[in-house]
Design a protein around this ligand. Sequence first.
Ligand code: FSO
Ligand code: SF4
Length: 583
Amino acid sequence: MSEKKLSRRSFIKKGTMGVAATAIAPAILAATPAVAAKGKNMFCYQCEQTAMGKGCTYTGVCGKTPEVAALQDLLIYTLKGLSLTAVSGKKVGVNDKNVNRFTCEALFSTLTNVEFDPNRIEDLIHETVQYRTAMIKKVKAAGGTIDMKNPAVTFKPKSSISGLVKQGKKHGLMDDASKNKDIRSLQHTLLFGLKGLAAYANHASEFGQEDDAVYEYVHRALASLLDYSLGMKYLNLVLECGEKNLKAMELLDAGNTTRFGHPIPTSVPRGYKKGKAILVSGHDLIDLEAVLKQSEGKGIFVYTHGEMLACHGYPKLKKKYPHLYGHYGSAWQYQKKEFAQFPGSILMTTNCIQKPKRLYKKNIYTTGTVGWPGVKHLENKNYKEVVDKALDLPGFPEDVKKNDVMVGFARNTVLGVADKVIAGVKNKDIRHFFLIGGCDGVKKKRGYYLDFAKQVPKDCVIMTLACGKHRLIDTNFGDIGGIPRLLDVGQCNDAHSAVQIAVELSKAFKVSVNELPLSFILSWYEQKAVAILLSLLHLGIKDIRLGPSLPAFITPNVLKVLVDNYNIMPITTPEKDIKAILG
Ligand code: FSO
Ligand code: SF4
């Protein structure tokens, strides 16, 4: 890799722990060591749709091939080596912003449904080693010492993909972890939480919103995964992940709101306008802005898909660009059907991408960390090809009207009417708030969340967050004295906004968040959700209901710790859960 490529990427203490690791240690250390289960072709259990609820071993349910799985495992291994040099650098004042940013970008690429292109992961592995070599030189020049006996620091990647795959097979999740299944569970919770944190930090850095404390943590935590002797100390690092993730989400919130204004209640059309069309999916607001700028005045209407729905609430996107028309389709898992019917070009800015069908493979583009082999990847926010392709394609032949959906109830809007909300609670017009937040997915059991929302009594308010909202937005929940009963806070990326609403309401009521008439009903899918869950635990939030199934990487002993300290519980049935919450 050239120096030019290195510079092209130019652009993370200990926190308060909700629970003392020492109080938790005995339950885990009593665990019986277990032999790591090895997969046939690969092993991955980082997301909720993992095969049989245990692990993808033949090929990924998400479409990840054994080849890509091995390359991603090797990338994680090389990143650990890079982070070890960054930890050594910190002791002698060496802090490389490019290394910090690159580490988060590379970690983000290993999230579920992000990077599927072996060639791009190959580049990332070699790039990691280039950064590592440069860091070793810098740290030594500054008088620092690096543990050159650690194989992750001296690891030499093969020059071919097949060679890298062979190397990657030696660094699978179960190979590079403790043989004690509970310590391993903590290691993997840490790794997956780190991936989510890195995604948020990567988004935030695009706005120039960064914090060295977050980067310092990422390196310290990644490097720690090379040292299995840490044992129970991983628990502190897991809980710290929640703290640092909260900071990363705060930075992202600042980036989004500073650049695009605070979201305001906005009615979003779900129909179409006659004319050429571009569809933008994923989570990246800066990419959407670039598409809007580059398609202005060309007779093209721009539509959002999936998690991009929340973008309509931002004044400097919706109001500034009238050709940002409406929202097309639903959550990520329906993209194959929805994209195949879209008569324009499609840009995928982040997760969740699925294997594109031949019907639309020539019309879809990727950017940023997301990639699929054979799909054109666009760099430097240059979306001319997306615009040109939209102009080539037929577009919508006529206007079609469908129901609108309301978005834009983020912290500024909700806290702007806090007096009304507080009065509503005090005079018992509002009995309870339910945050039905998290991801959507294919499992039938996810029907729980709509059933739950429909059974919530009419004197309760529902807040939504992330792509799970798509199950709820077709239902009219009405209002309570002018306050809509369904308030969408935004993307999963906006979880900080929901936390702020809860924290400010707790201050107004002079009670703790746990004493508020507020319950968290969460659905998880991938690793950003893991990071958000750790943030909620860091805040000491209890009684969270989690579904549709519990993470495969959480052992019964680790789960017991979560239950004993946070009373986290699996979802049961809407009837039982609502009764347990409201009495
Ligand atoms: Fe959904 Fe996908 Fe936003 Fe996730 S689109 S599942 S937690 O990547 O990021 O909510
Ligand atoms: Fe399986 Fe999820 Fe891993 Fe994909 S990301 S291979 S579906 S566990």
